[in-house]
Design a protein around this ligand. Structure first.
Ligand code: FAD
Length: 234
C-alpha cells in the first residue's frame, strides 16, 4: 500500500553546529508510527521536476504527540538541504513514511557496534535513545566520526549516556580529510576491540565512501552480509 503523503508543520528550528540544523515537525493528517532507525521522505517544491524527494532519518524515538525530529547538514549547492534551511517555524513541508530497515535486530543477543559519520549519526541517536529509555542492557560501542571539531554531533548527550549506562562505550573521532581518513581512524579504533572476540552486531551509517569499506572489513573478516546492517545516504 502506498504511504500517505501529508503536510507537516515546522514546530521548531535549532542549529546544532555551524552546518547542521534540527527541525521538529508535526504531521498534520495522521501520526506516523515508526521504529527507531527509520526515515521519512520529504517532497520538496524545488528542482527542475518538483517535488524533489529527499530522505531524512528520524532523530528522536516516537513521542506521544507525534512530532518528528529531523537533523541534516547543509550540503554546499545541495537543492534539498538548502531548501530545508529556509524553513521557519509555522511553515509546512510534505512528507511520507516511515521507511527503512536500519532498525535493531530482534532479539539483540550480541554486543551492538554502531559506527557512523556526521549526519549518519542521526538514526543511531534515535536507536540509542530508545535503548536508553527502555533500559536495554545490551553492551553498546559507538564510534562517532566528525568532519571537523566544530561539527561534532550529539557529543554531550553521549558523554552523559556513558556516565549513566556502564554498558555504553563512546569513542569519538575527528577526521578532517574526508571519509577515507574517517574509515582509517574508525578501523584503528575498532580492530583491537573486535578482532578475536565473539561476533558483534555491526550497524554502519553515512555516505557510501564511509560505509562500504567498513562493511567490507566485516565481511572479509567472516561476517555474513546479512549480519551487518548498513544505511547509505548517497
Ligand atoms: C535513507 C536515507 C536517510 C537519510 N537521512 C539523512 C539525515 O538524517 N540527515 C541528513 O543530513 N541527510 C540524510 N540523508 C541524505 C539526504 O536525503 C540528502 O541526500 C542530503 O540532504 C543531500 O541532499 P541535497 O538535495 O541537499 O544535495 P544533492 O544536491 O542531492 O547533493 C548530494 C551530494 O552532497 C554530498 N553530501 C553531503 N552531505 C550529505 C548527506 N548528509 N547525505 C547525502 N549526501 C551528502 C554527497 O557527496 C552527495 O553526492 C539520508 C539519505 C537516505 C538515503
Amino acid at each position: 500500500m502506498a504511504e500517505l503523503t501529508q503536510p507537516a508543520t515546522v514546530l521548531a528550528v535549532t542549529d546544532l553546529t555551524p552546518h547542521v540544523r534540527q527541525l521538529v515537525v508535526k504531521p498534520k493528517t495522521s501520526k506516523i508510527s515508526f521504529q527507531p532507525g527509520q526515515w521519512v521522505s520529504l517532497k520538496l517544491p524545488v528542482g527542475p521536476k518538483p517535488p524533489l524527494n529527499r530522505a531524512y532519518s528520524i532523530a528522536d524515538p516516537p513521542s506521544p504527540y507525534g512530532e518528528l525530529t529531523l537533523v541534516f547538514d547543509r550540503v554546499p549547492g545541495g537543492l534539498g538541504s538548502n531548501y530545508l534551511y529556509e524553513l521557519r517555524s509555522g511553515d509546512e513541508v510534505l512528507l511520507s513514511g516511515p521507511y527503512g530497515k536500519f532498525v535493531l535486530p530482534q532479539p539483540l543477543d550480541r554486543e551492538l557496534l554502531l559506527i557512523a559519520r556526521y549526519t549518519g549519526l542521526v538514526p543511531v541517536r534515535c536507536l540509542l535513545k530508545e535503548m536508553f529509555f527502555s533500559k536495554i542492557q545490551t553492551p553498546v560501542l559507538l564510534i562517532a566520526a566528525a568532519p571537523n571539531e566544530d561539527e561534532v554531533l550529539f557529543h554531550q548527550e553521549w558523554l552523559t549516556m556513558g556516565m549513566q549506562l556502564p554498558s555504553f562505550r563512546y569513542l569519538p573521532l575527528v577526521a578532517q580529510n574526508g571519509e577515507a581518513e574517517a574509515v582509517e581512524k574508525a578501523l584503528s579504533m575498532l580492530t583491537p576491540l573486535v578482532k578475536g572476540q565473539p561476533k558483534v552486531v555491526p550497524m554502519i551509517c553515512g555516505t557510501k565512501a564511509f560505509v562500504r569499506p567498513l562493511l567490507a572489513y566485516f565481511t572479509d573478516g567472516g561476517y555474513a552480509r546479512k549480519e551487518v546492517k548498513i544505511e547509505t545516504y548517497d
